[in-house]
Design a protein around this ligand. Structure first.
Ligand code: PLP
Length: 389
């Protein structure tokens, strides 16, 4: 009898996509998915269109076009304080997702244990599962999403091969401090582990928070795979441009696995992103953070007013809110209640935990100002309804 693979049974549609479908049915406002409705920066748009017109439409070198690799290496030096050779240590990928998948293929074996901080980004965990690796969870606690150093130390076994870091984090909005990252680095060095770091929200920082790349810490460059991309920074989630940078020993194999699945990242869009890195000034990135800070403030203030206490995010563009006051015995029921009663979609907190999250909902504020304002107007009705009861 024909059957799906054994792996297929363990991989289901993400709760985020499921809530987006429910939202469409209910004609709600979708604060479930991070789609970035903001404008694509002009140089990025222009250079991509020019690249199509000037026939840059074929496969590129498997690790990407030279202009983009050089621009990424420069950005890594200036913003992330990490030195990389653009000829051998930069792999341009089909989104940061392509980079993460290829890095896991290149570096991990079935049965390897990998440390994951939870709440986690579901793609990290599902990719590990798809490769028969074993996620080992370190739970972070709100409101600042701190983790126990002792738990981390005790979680390391002879099978541990890597630690995944995501800062600024989805869904918690946590920005790891230098001290926390130094501790992670110490553990990685002591136990000879890889650190795979997803830095896709590196420019989405609020208040006084600073982005620190683990690869910039002493002794860490050789064992760290730094992954990022342009989906969020340039609002081009559908273009699929990301990268992995790391020591040449790992970069070559990551490139081969990426080639196997994707051949290369889309050529004209690589040129668009290269122009963005070349032409956009530091103010662009500062203004972006300012714009999203205002969105965060609006959403978090509204959530506070209606009694869904948020953990104010320090970075990224998500917020986890305490939905204990909503009816429902789990986070899915609470999310469905919110959608049915005020027409706003969120993601059930349980999608981000190995066991917890029953009282949490995740809201995304990467929305146009008018959509976010309308969502907040609708959410405000919740408190009116509650007080009328
Ligand atoms: N990493 C994290 C933590 C994310 O939240 C997302 C998207 O939501 C991605 C990666 C996907 O990035 P990309 O579009 O570059 O594949």
């Amino acid at each position: 009898m024909l059957e799906l693979s054994r792996k297929a049974a363990g991989v289901a549609q993400s709760e985020i996509r499921i809530m987006s479908v429910e939202c469409e049915k209910a004609r709600g406002i979708n604060l479930a998915q991070g789609i970035c409705d903001t404008e694509v920066p002009e140089p990025v748009q222009r250079a991509a269109v020019e690249a199509i017109h000037s026939r840059q439409n074929s496969y590129t070198r498997l690790d990407g076009v030279a202009d983009l690799r050089r621009a990424i290496a420069r950005k890594m030096r200036e913003y992330n304080h990490v030195e990389v050779d653009p000829e051998r240590e930069v792999v341009v990928t089909a989104g940061s997702t392509g980079a993460f998948y290829s890095a896991c293929m290149a570096l991990l074996n079935p049965g390897d244990e990998v440390i994951v901080f939870e709440p986690y980004y579901g793609y990290h965990v599902n990719t590990l599962r798809a490769l028969d690796c074993v996620p080992v969870y370190i739970t972070m606690h709100p409101p600042e999403w701190i983790f126990s150093r002792e738990h981390l130390q005790n979680a390391i076994t002879s099978k541990t091969r890597a630690i995944i870091v995501n800062s600024p984090a989805n869904p918690s909005g946590k920005v790891f401090t230098r001290e926390e990252l130094e501790f992670v680095a110490e553990i990685a060095l002591e136990n000879d582990l890889f650190v795979i770091t997803d830095e896709i929200y590196e420019y989405f920082l609020y208040d006084q928070n600073q982005h620190i790349s683990p690869a910039s810490l002493p002794g860490m460059a050789d064992r760290t795979i730094t992954i990022s991309g342009f989906s969020k920074t340039y609002s081009i989630t559908g273009w699929r441009i990301g990268y992995a940078v790391c020591d040449v020993r790992w970069a070559q194999s990551i490139g081969y696995f990426h080639d196997l699945a994707y051949i290369c990242a889309p050529s004209p869009f690589q040129h668009g992103v290269a122009a963005g890195l070349e032409e956009l000034k530091p103010e662009f990135y500062r203004d972006l953070a300012g714009e999203y800070r205002a969105k965060r403030d609006l959403l978090c203030t509204t959530l506070e007013q209606i009694g869904l206490a948020p953990s104010w995010p320090q970075g990224s563009y998500y917020v986890l809110a305490d939905a204990s006051t909503l009816p429902g015995s789990n986070s899915k029921e609470k999310a469905m209640h919110l959608l049915a009663s005020v027409g706003v979609a969120s993601v059930p907190g349980e999608a981000f935990f190995s066991g917890g999250g029953r009282n949490l909902l995740r809201f995304c504020f990467a929305k146009t100002d008018s959509d976010l304002q309308e969502a907040c107007r609708r959410l405000s009705k919740l408190s009116v309804a509650a007080t009328m009861r």
